[in-house]
Design a protein around this ligand. Structure first.
Ligand SMILES: Cc1cc2nc3c(=O)[nH]c(=O)nc-3n(C[C@H](O)[C@H](O)[C@H](O)COP(=O)(O)O)c2cc1C
Length: 188
C-alpha cells in the first residue's frame, strides 16, 4: 500500500484550510487507498528559511524528521490557502528547505479560499516552483471555495457525497502517478 503525506500549509491563527487536510486523511483512510499522515506546518513551526537542509551544519531534529517524511512518502497532497493571489510563506519556506526530497515526488495540489474561486490563482505560481525543484505535479485540481461552509472543523464535508466524488477523481490521479513511478523504479 502506498504512503501519502498531506502537507497542511496554513499556520494562520484560526485557519480554515486545515479542515481540508483533515478531510483528505479521512477520505484516504475510509477508502483504504494508502497509509496517510498529515504533516502540519503549524505544528512544526519552522523558523524562516536561512539555508537549505543539506547545507545546515546542525539541522534541528524537526527539520530532519520532516525531510525524511517527505522523502519516504510515495505521494504528497499539498493543501494550501490563497493569500493575496499566492501561496503562503510557510509553504515556500519548506519547498526551499529541501531539494532531493522533492525530486520526482508525485504531488497533488488542493487550493483553498473563503471566497468564491477556491484559491485557483495559487496554482500557476505553486506549480512553477514545484516544477523548478523537479517535483512531479499531477494534473488534477481540488479547489475549495467558501471553505468554512464546505467542511466542519474536524474535516467532515458538509456535502459528503459530492465532495467524495470530487476527491475520487483528484486522489486517483495522484495514485496513478504513484503507481507509474513505482513501475519505473522496480528492479528488473
Ligand atoms: C493574508 C491573507 C490574504 C488572503 N488573500 C485572499 C485572496 O487573495 N483570495 C481569497 O479568496 N482569499 C484570501 N484570503 C482568505 C483565505 O483564503 C481564507 O483565510 C481561507 O480560509 C484559507 O486560509 P486559512 O487556511 O489560513 O484560513 C486571504 C487570507 C489572508 C490571511
Amino acid at each position: 500500500m502506498p504512503h501519502i503525506s498531506i502537507l497542511s500549509a496554513s499556520v494562520r491563527t484560526g485557519r480554515h484550510s486545515h479542515r481540508v487536510a483533515l478531510y483528505f486523511k479521512k477520505y484516504v483512510e475510509e477508502n483504504k487507498l494508502a497509509t496517510v499522515e498529515v504533516l502540519d506546518l503549524n505544528e512544526y513551526q519552522f523558523p524562516v528559511f536561512n539555508e537549505r537542509l543539506k547545507f545546515q551544519p546542525n539541522p534541528s531534529p524537526q527539520v530532519v524528521e520532516f525531510a525524511a517524511k517527505i522523502k519516504s512518502s510515495d505521494g504528497v497532497i499539498i493543501v494550501t490557502p490563497e493569500y493575496n493571489g499566492g501561496y503562503p510563506a510557510s509553504l515556500k519556506n519548506v519547498v526551499d528547505l529541501l531539494y532531493d526530497e522533492w525530486h520526482r515526488k508525485p504531488i497533488a495540489i488542493s487550493t483553498v479560499s473563503d471566497g468564491s474561486f477556491g484559491g485557483t490563482q495559487v496554482i500557476t505560481s505553486l506549480q512553477f516552483t514545484l516544477w523548478k525543484i523537479r517535483a512531479w505535479t499531477v494534473p488534477a485540481m481540488f479547489p475549495v471555495p467558501k471553505v468554512a461552509e464546505a467542511f466542519d472543523e474536524n474535516g467532515n464535508a458538509i456535502d459528503k457525497v459530492r465532495t467524495d466524488k470530487r476527491a475520487t477523481t483528484f486522489v486517483n490521479e495522484l495514485l496513478w502517478c504513484v503507481e507509474a513511478k513505482s513501475k519505473m523504479t522496480q528492479p528488473g
